[in-house]
Structure formats: structure tokens, C-alpha cells
Design a protein. Sequence first.
Length: 322
Amino acid sequence: MRERAALPDWTGRRVLVVGDLILDHFVRGSVRRISPEAPVPVVEVEDEHLALGGAANVANNIKALGGTPLLVGVVGRDRAGEDFRQLLRFAGLETSGLLEAAGRRTSLKTRVIAHHQQVVRVDREVRDPVGASTAAALRRLLAERAAACDAVVASDYAKGLFSPGLLRHLGATCADAGVPYVVDPKPVHFPYPGATVVTPNRGEAAGLYGRAFSTGEAEAVGRALLQRTDWRAVLFTLGDEGMFLCPRRGKAVRIAAQVREVFDVTGAGDTVVAALALGLAAGASLERSSRIANAAAGVVVGKVGTAVCTPRELARALRAGG
Ligand SMILES: Nc1ncnc2c1ncn2[C@@H]1O[C@H](COP(=O)(O)OP(=O)(O)OP(=O)(O)O)[C@@H](O)[C@H]1O
Ligand SMILES: [Mg+2]
């Protein structure tokens, strides 16, 4: 029991996180009346703030867990891009992996929330592939940095950063360097060659497989996906049903969700890949790393907003649930 509860020592382990970067903008206020202009509520703004989203939230989670993230991604040469860079600095995250693409806008998602309810979300983004010179710079950066890390995460939000070519390059780079490579996928970029483990949620898994499936079918679906790919394992994240780990070699395992009270499930998937990558970076097995990731996700869904988990909270959750 004690051994199961012990956290691998991943302090300072370097994890390269490459993916689509998003700036989250939260606008909070209250509603007292309906607009005279249209049948919509008038939100009187009381507070607004910016937060790191997309792959940057994975980096944030790695930092909170005690690892050393290196974030690689693309922002535009715009106000949101400047805000993004400044937020990284405030969070104590490395900014040297940020590439700026002129003529591209930084993904910005504004959520208007009144009385704890989202009223509307306003997205400003381009999802076109990044330009050729940015793509070439990305490849150079990844080739240079991936081998110097203890694990790599691809955090795909399908906003134009990843292309089949870049994913081939990344998979081959990680395989050559013998670095564990964790992918949070989107079906459009199947098959993510060279991945150590791919972590689709229910919707993504249905997209990868071709149709929705029940939890009882997870093992058969996992085997089918492994047959179509060179992945070492697939880890389905099943929301309140926890996880299902299907390794190429060895038995599949169901991991029950571990949470006392659910407050906000936003960002749980980011916490999963962060903890999973750190576990693998520290040499823990896939199953052990998955169990740790499940416990870390349980901690963040018990918090309000896009949250992170500290090593202390994680150790406590592991002691409580093994
Ligand atoms: N309602 C819940 N109750 C308990 N645990 C949960 C719940 N929702 C999520 N989790 C935990 O978080 C993990 C990831 O959640 P989920 O499968 O919803 O990923 P996701 O859809 O990628 O999340 P997101 O995209 O919002 O970050 C689950 O495997 C589980 O461990
Ligand atoms: Mg997700």
C-alpha cells in the first residue's frame, strides 16, 4: 500500500509540451435586465481576467506538479499574443519556445459568465495551418529541444499547429531519442505515429474509432486502434467513469474515477496528460502513471475553474484512493 501511494520523484523533470496555444478570457458580471435592443440579457461586467489555455494549461499543470515544462507553440503578433507571453512570465514559465507568426491571430476565447452560468462564448481564432516558414521553425525547435527532455506531450486542439508532416517528425524524433511521447489527440490528426500513449476522451475516441461505443466495448476498441497504429498504449479518459488503459502488451485495466465532489471538469484532460507525462518521465510504468494521472484529474475536478494539482494534493489523493 505504501509503495502504491508513493509518488515517483519527478521534481524538475523536463517535459516539452507542444500544441495549440489559447488565451482564455473570462468576463464576469450580473444580469438585472433584458436588453431593449434584442431578447438577450444585459451583463454588467464586474470583473475580467485572462488565463493560459490549450497546451499552455498542460504546461501550467506540469509546473504545479513540480516538473519543468518547456512550452512550444505559435502565437500571433497581436495584443492577445503579448498578453499570452506576459501570462507565461507571471506563471514562471519559459517563453523561449514561443514562435510569433506575423499575420496570424492568437486564439482568444472570451467566456461571459453571469451568476456562475456561461451566457455566451466568443471565439477569435484562425484554424488554418501555420505558414511554411513557421512550420520549418517549429521543426527545428522540436528537433533541438525534444531530445533534451524527459518526456514530450503533444496537446492537439486542432487549431492549425499540427500537420501530418510535423506529427511524423515529432514521433520520429521522440522514438530516436527514446523519450516517452504522450498525445492528447483530435481525430483529424489520426494516427499520431510513434506515440507512447494517446489519451482520447469519449468524443475523441469515437472519432478515432469511427463510431461511439460503450465502456464495455473499450477493450475491443482499444485493440482495434492499436492494430491500426504503432502506439504502445491507448488510455481512454471516460469522465466520471474514470479511465481505461489498453496497452499493446499486457492486460487492459479499468481505473475508477477518484473524486469526492465534482465542481468543474474543465481542464481535467490537460491534468491527465501532464501527470501521465511526468510519471513516464520519472520511469514509472504506464499503469502506475495512469493511476497517478487519474488521481490528479480527480483533484482538479474538485476545484472551481481550470485548476491545477500540487504534489501535496496528489500525494493525499493517492493515499486516500491508491
Ligand atoms: N465528473 C467527473 N467525476 C470524476 N472524475 C472525473 C469527472 N470528469 C473527469 N474526471 C477525471 O478527469 C479525467 C479526464 O476527464 P475527461 O474524460 O472528461 O477528459 P476531457 O474531456 O479531455 O476533459 P477536458 O477536455 O475538459 O479537459 C477522467 O479520466 C477522470 O479521471
Ligand atoms: Mg481534452
